[in-house]
Design a protein around this ligand. Structure first.
Ligand code: CA
Length: 520
């Protein structure tokens, strides 16, 4: 960083107002602002206000709405004087929008102009999908096999992988499902189809291999379907540990032999030039703060529009982070059927949460609140900005695999690793993740690009954060510039020319299935 950057970075008190209708703004300065500080518009802070927290731009009377993003994020429980720190405790949260009175596909954005000529280097699969990495994935039917399989995978990495330099890695698709579960329960299809669709992820090259125990409830045929073009079942693809006649050493030997047969095939693959339309980008945020909706998420939204214009598939998710802004999404749905599918997913999730006597407000974390997000309404309005400005073209249920192109709502919980797992099942071949508080999050099956909402985080964690979107808050970059930077970076990472920090350090969170069905 040069001197000019430093001066701009630690400059006089600054705040950002996102919409002319807003009566609060967000403090930008790394160290916050002290009582008595005056902003460029003449507003004086009447008390100290931390970075990313809100300052009242006008006197707000008790009962009046507090507006951010031009939307109501709460109602003042008491008078909030101009220049004071707007705290969560001063706000009454609005009720979630009723699902039976939503605008349905009545403000569909016009189709964006096509963006042609962009490509990346990827691995073309037999079913037409494209991988951004060339990974051997080993599926499992049940948690019982995890210890043995992880032992075998460690040996595969150490003893076999060096001989197959075109293979990027070996991943055991382990999980906690498979037995001790109500396999015929109404919602059991969600974890079952997730296990199946994880194995069909484009980054795994269609090489089917399943390790089972033998006596479990989830049977291998539910994980690998016959006549499925996305997996190759022409040679033996299943090994059950209970078929072993002599124990552990034989199990390891069998798994290693099955793995090596596939490493030979994967190693023969080469990248080829494919259109950018083959990207399936999954977008997520975690450890959000009040900057998420100002810097990183708008930049992702801009890049999402570019990808959609290039014909790609863009997934956004996180049910509890779109619920309060659902009226803005149903209006943008391409057709009434897409709007109805959005409502169906929200309604299902409302009832799922209600079973646990919870609602969407259970989403916000202590870190979110420390980062200036007063409630889930404010968090949602900042979260959906990731989806850009285009029409919503489709909706996926949890664990469902994507078929169409364009902007797709992939219904998942907001939990980082559950959402990541479900987006991998949807077919995501590249992941982008925005964070304000900071997380080392990563996935084994797809590259994860981490985008910081604030420069302070990007500078403090230079070996974990790939892109600094805080440049938008400090005026060093526009949303448009950062959006284009992201778009080009997506293509570089997808091509394998660039590795993300999570890849370089091999930071891999567990696959975590979403299992709303009972455990027995
Ligand atoms: Ca998340």
């Amino acid at each position: 960083m040069n001197t000019v950057d430093l001066i701009q970075h630690q400059d006089s008190p600054r705040h950002i107002r996102l919409n002319p209708a807003d009566n609060v703004a967000v403090v930008v300065n790394d160290q916050g602002v002290a009582a008595g500080s005056t902003f460029p518009d003449g507003l004086t802070a009447v008390e100290g206000i931390p970075q990313s927290h809100k300052v009242a731009l006008v006197d707000i009377a008790a009962g009046e709405p507090v507006r951010r993003y031009g939307q109501v994020i709460g109602y003042a429980l008491q008078a909030i004087p101009r220049g004071s720190w707007v705290r969560e405790s001063q706000l009454r949260m609005p009720a979630a929008p009723a699902l039976d009175r939503l605008p349905m596909a009545d403000a569909v954005p016009a189709a964006l102009p096509p963006l042609e000529g962009y490509t990346f280097e990827g691995y073309r699969n037999a079913d037409g999908t494209v991988g951004t990495r060339n990974i051997l994935g080993i599926s499992t039917t049940v948690q019982c096999v995890t210890g043995v399989l992880e032992h075998a995978v460690a040996r595969i990495r150490r003893e076999l992988l060096p001989s197959y330099p075109n293979v990027d890695g070996v991943v055991a698709l382990t999980h906690s499902y498979g037995c001790g579960v109500a396999i015929t329960a109404t919602d059991a299809y969600i974890p079952i189809r997730t296990v199946r669709n994880l194995a069909r992820n484009p980054n795994l090259g269609g090489e089917a291999l399943v390790i089972g125990l033998g006596c479990e409830k989830l049977q291998a045929e539910q994980v690998m379907h016959a006549n499925d073009p996305s997996v190759d079942l022409r040679e033996p693809w299943l090994y059950r540990l209970q078929d072993s006649s002599s124990g552990f050493a034989e199990m390891i030997e069998q798994i290693m032999a099955l793995a090596e047969a596939r490493l030979v095939k994967l190693n023969q693959r080469r990248r080829e030039t494919v259109p950018a339309s083959e990207l399936i980008l999954g977008m997520q945020c975690g450890g959000s703060d009040a900057f998420s909706g100002i810097t990183a998420n708008p930049a992702l939204g801009y890049a999402a529009d570019l990808l959609v214009r290039a014909g790609a598939t863009v997934l956004f998710s996180e049910n509890t982070e779109v619920r309060d802004a659902i009226y803005m999404l149903t209006a943008r749905a391409e057709t009434p059927a897409v709007a109805a599918a959005l409502v169906r997913e929200m309604d299902w999730y409302d009832r799922y949460l209600a079973k646990g006597e919870a609602d969407r407000s259970a989403n916000t974390t202590p870190g979110n609140k420390k980062g200036g997000l007063s409630n889930i309404v404010e968090k949602s309005l900042g979260s959906i900005v990731k989806s850009g400005s285009g029409a919503i073209n489709g909706v996926l249920g949890p664990g469902e695999r994507v078929a169409g192109k364009g902007l797709i709502y992939c219904a998942t919980p907001a939990s980082d690793f559950v959402c990541g797992t479900l987006q991998l099942a949807a077919g995501m071949n590249l992941h982008v993740f925005t964070t304000g508080r900071g997380t080392p999050y990563g996935l084994a099956m797809a590259p994860v690009i981490k985008v910081a909402t604030r420069s302070e985080l990007a500078e403090r964690w230079p070996d974990l954060i790939d892109i600094d979107a805080g440049r938008i808050a400090s005026g060093r970059s526009s949303i448009e510039e950062l959006g284009w930077q992201l778009f080009h970076y997506y293509l570089e990472v997808a091509s394998g020319r660039q590795q993300t920090w999570a890849e370089r350090h091999r930071l891999h969170n567990d696959l975590v299935l979403f299992n709303p069905a009972p455990i027995t």
